[in-house]
Design a protein. Structure first.
Length: 762
């Protein structure tokens, strides 16, 4: 078998040798084993099923979700003189009929017979197609982009749920191996693929996730002008071509216009371009007419350009799967290339927006359901068709934007309530707002079979993935190691050096000795953080607790009396970034744990509890802890780091700053005047005044002079007693007031009214 495989590899595919891991995979499939292949894009996944498809008798069925990728695969096989066909929505009725006719009279001994048949997953619905395949000898069934079958994956497609039934039907007639292939699947997704395909006895191969010719670099940049300048610098300093991924069409347009103004040959690729224009742009990039392609993530799935030297993420990627799949498009020729992220921690808000719009609230889904079925009585059904765009349906239903409508439609499609498109032949891979077909009768809400708990779990999973990409990009540590652990590539992990020398963290931290790291911060600094989390266990997030230790004058800190805490302001000599890094370092080393969701809270683990009583646990990890903090704040302003080794007493200069404000206030100076004289923000002075009133150092009469009682009562009327102290954001209160016509009430007046209520003065 080994010699036969080598012969076909060289004579048919014109390749001299197998890449690492390929031969073992191919042998497994040739022997008839169900096989899962987890291998990066550009590493030769296609060969692992194409070569066995040529060795085994019969036709190889390949399920693929992308029409363009399907076409490229077929064209590549035809160039090797291998008979290959495809069936998807791009074919005419006559072309499909011709292929179906040939399959009816299929003879595997015929040298001109079809050897590979690529099909879209929608084709699996066809009873005619299934009936024909019962008479055709099946060599294997390959599922490309197998992660699409998992709801935990980053690209779930409802049509992939049909694959299991398709395979079971064919297994009644033929024995053949099933091959699942994907470039991006975490251990959790891999388990889901196995369960959804029922591959209980299978071989699994995970390899190639350590791309040794790609250097991963992260630069935290938030300002648009700085991002644009840094992008231009990368382009000018890096030979070859590159791809720049942006999270939205707006960013694509802004950046491309900027680069063109700097005389950079720039292509533009976004989903709202016509198919012809997208193809033209792609061809120009492939033919080196463009130096860079600025694109949304719609670009690149089928790109196999060897000299891509850099992939830049201009915004925060949505997940590690998306990020690494896009980075893999660089360096396909094995030469040194770069994957660069230009993002800031604040960019996570954009991704949170995408998550919230991808997983709409239950009420929004049900309201849209009622809109679709408004013309029907209960249990009526006429296969009704809705020939409207997402935008029109969003406007008419009132559930939100067309983005939310699109998300709701995907949910309803997943549970077989409707189908996108007006005709059975409509293909989801190239569908965009062409209408809907209802598949079920109208039901009461309680009888609509949607797993709402599962939807909540999926939303939590998206937030988990966002947390992981934040850890990869913004938490100091070897980025290669994190990725290999994330994808479960144990083989490459075993061979990874302590300093990979292929990511910015390892390259930049190699010059600092362990002795220097040990001395950077004392273990007592981390003990203070653990004590703080213990006191407020699972009540607050890192951001707020870091501000408490940093001595922030933020209003909510004084409103909740957090400034009375013993360690309030203990790290006032540090930057807030550095204090935050202390929490994150303890989180990374499992002393702390963070809950999932949009507003995660921090709490202490058993290991953290043990460290509070035995300092040795912190001492043993001090090099790793300090290394994390040093790397995290290397670009921050360092305010007196050496003073950190001496933990201050109970209070910082915070008490004095309140008194300084009080002295000026008692001189009848306005908030604006105090702000200018003290060189502090107006909001900071407002926070001081609120705190001083709560402490009894400013009288109620003076406060009433600053907030009219009528306004204060209006503020109280919109509040529920149990939300007064829990409310973190003032904006919802102001919105309610404005809805009631109270548009002239300021945030300061709201703060003062809250304080009056808390003291029982209102």
């Amino acid at each position: 078998m080994e010699k036969q495989l080598q012969h076909i590899l060289q004579q048919q595919f014109w390749l001299e040798s197998f890449r690492d891991g390929q031969e073992e995979i191919i042998s497994s499939i040739c022997e008839g084993n169900d096989t899962l292949v987890f291998m990066p894009t550009g590493w030769g996944k296609s060969l692992t099923y194409q070569l066995p498809g040529m060795v085994r008798e019969g036709i190889a069925i390949v399920v693929s979700p992308l029409i363009s990728l399907m076409k490229d695969q077929v064209d590549a096989l035809r160039e090797l003189w291998v008979r290959s066909e495809l069936i998807n929505s791009t074919l005419s009725w006559a072309e499909r009929s011709e292929i179906m006719h040939e399959l009816r009279y299929y003879d595997s001994s015929d040298s001109e017979a079809i050897k590979f048949l690529y099909i879209a997953p929608e084709r699996l619905n066809s009873s005619e197609f299934m009936g024909i395949l019962k008479t055709v000898k099946i060599a294997l069934v390959a599922i490309d982009e197998a992660h699409c079958i998992s709801q935990w994956g980053h690209d779930f497609r409802p049509s992939y749920m049909k694959i299991k039934g398709f395979i079971e039907g064919l297994k009644l007639w033929w024995e053949f191996p099933v091959v699942g292939l994907t470039a991006t699947a975490t251990p959790k997704v891999r388990v889901d693929i196995v369960e959804r395909l029922w591959l209980w006895k299978h071989e699994s191969f995970i390899t190639g996730f350590d791309r040794k010719n790609i250097i991963l670099v992260v630069r935290e940049v938030s300002e648009k002008s700085e991002k644009q300048a840094k992008t231009l610098e990368i382009i000018n300093k890096t030979p070859g071509t590159g791809i720049i991924y942006c999270s939205s069409r707006k960013h694509v347009i802004e950046l491309s216009e900027y680069l063109i103004s700097k005389w950079v040959k720039t292509g533009v690729y976004k989903w709202d371009l016509s198919a012809d224009v997208r193809e033209q742009e792609q061809n120009k990039f492939m033919n080196d007419e463009y130096k860079v392609m600025v694109a949304t993530n719609a670009f690149g799935m089928w790109i196999d350009k060897k000299d891509i030297r850099f992939v830049v993420h201009y915004n925060l990627p949505g997940s590690i799967e998306n990020y690494y799949q896009e980075v893999w498009r660089a360096g396909r020729d094995g030469k040194m290339s770069y994957g660069i992220v230009l993002a800031s921690y604040g960019d996570t808000k954009i991704q949170e927006f995408f998550i919230d719009n991808t997983y709409p609230e239950k009420k929004q889904v049900l309201d849209f359901y009622d809109y679709l079925y408004k013309e029907f009585k209960l249990w009526e059904w006429k296969a009704h068709r809705v020939a409207k765009t997402y935008y029109a349906m969003a406007s008419e239903s009132g559930v939100g934007t067309d983005m939310i409508v699109g998300a709701i439609i995907k949910i309803l499609e997943k549970y077989n309530i409707l189908r996108r498109g007006l005709e059975a032949s409509d293909n989801e891979s190239d569908f965009r707002g062409r209408g809907l077909t209802l598949l079920q009768e109208k039901r009461q809400h309680a009888h609509i079979l949607i797993d709402w708990k599962r939807q909540d779990l999926l939303k939590d999973e998206s937030y988990f993935k966002l947390e992981q990409i934040k850890r990869l990009l913004f938490y100091p540590g070897c980025r290669k190691k994190f990725i290999l652990e994330y994808f479960g590539d144990e083989e490459d992990l075993k061979n990874l050096q302590a300093n990979c020398k292929l990511c910015d963290y390892c390259l930049e931290s190699g010059n600092v000795s362990d002795e220097d790291k040990k001395k950077f911060l004392p273990s007592s600094s981390y003990a203070v953080v653990l004590e703080t989390v213990k006191k407020y266990n699972e009540k607050f997030g890192i951001s707020l607790l870091a501000k408490v230790l940093n001595g922030s004058s933020e209003a909510r800190i004084s409103q909740w009396h957090l400034d009375d805490y013993d360690h309030y302001g203990v790290f006032s000599d540090m930057t807030l970034d550095m204090v935050t890094a202390l929490f994150e370092a303890l989180l990374m080393e499992d002393f702390l744990f963070k809950t999932d969701g949009k507003y995660p809270c921090i709490w202490i683990t058993e290991y953290g509890w043990a460290a509070l009583y035995k300092n040795v646990h912190i001492t043993q990890n001090i090099v790793d802890l300090n290394s994390y903090v040093m790397q995290k704040v290397k670009n921050s302003t360092k305010k007196g780091w050496k003073t950190v080794s001496k933990i201050p007493g109970k209070k910082s200069p915070k008490r004095q700053t309140y008194q300084d404000t009080l002295i000026l206030y008692n001189q009848d100076k306005s908030v604006s005047d105090i702000s200018k004289e003290r060189g502090l923000w107006v909001q900071t002075i407002e926070g001081h005044i609120t705190h001083l009133y709560l402490q009894g150092e400013i009288s109620l009469m003076k406060i009433i002079g600053m907030v009219d009682l009528t306004k204060a009562k209006a503020i109280k009327s919109v509040l529920e007693s149990d939300t007064i102290l829990e409310n973190i954001e003032l904006r919802p209160i102001k919105d309610k007031l404005e809805e009631q016509g109270n548009k002239d009430i300021s945030y300061f007046e709201i703060k003062l009214a809250l304080a009056m209520i808390e003291k029982g003065d209102l």
